[in-house]
Design a protein around this ligand. Structure first.
Ligand SMILES: [Zn+2]
Length: 100
């Protein structure tokens, strides 16, 4: 008998242990991966955390090839919340920035 894990729908508070977190529809923030956080910031996952996230977008600008900062694409992002930091790669950083 196979069991299909339900699709993740939301990120819940840090230590949540509700029924949905146990079945996999929601995930407690302490278990969230970098891609979960990117999906949360893009609005693809609902946010039930009531947490405040600090988001830092990093750019790399080589004047000879990238030109002004306004034309540069982000190369990474860090997302912090309390004592936890997630590092987003360039693709996730661009997705997050594109959703602003
Ligand atoms: Zn929960």
């Amino acid at each position: 008998m196979s069991y299909d894990r339900p699709r993740l729908l939301a990120i819940d508070p840090w230590d949540c242990g509700c029924t949905e977190c146990l079945t996999g529809e929601y995930k407690p923030l302490r278990m969230a991966s970098a891609s979960d956080i990117a999906a949360l910031l893009c609005g693809e996952l609902a946010g039930n955390t009531s947490a405040t996230f600090q988001v830092e977008i990093r750019y790399e600008v080589r004047p000879d090839s990238d030109g002004p900062l306004s034309k540069a694409a982000p190369t990474a992002a860090t997302v912090s919340c309390d004592d936890r930091t997630w590092t987003l790669d360039r693709y996730a950083a661009r997705a997050v920035l594109g959703s602003l």
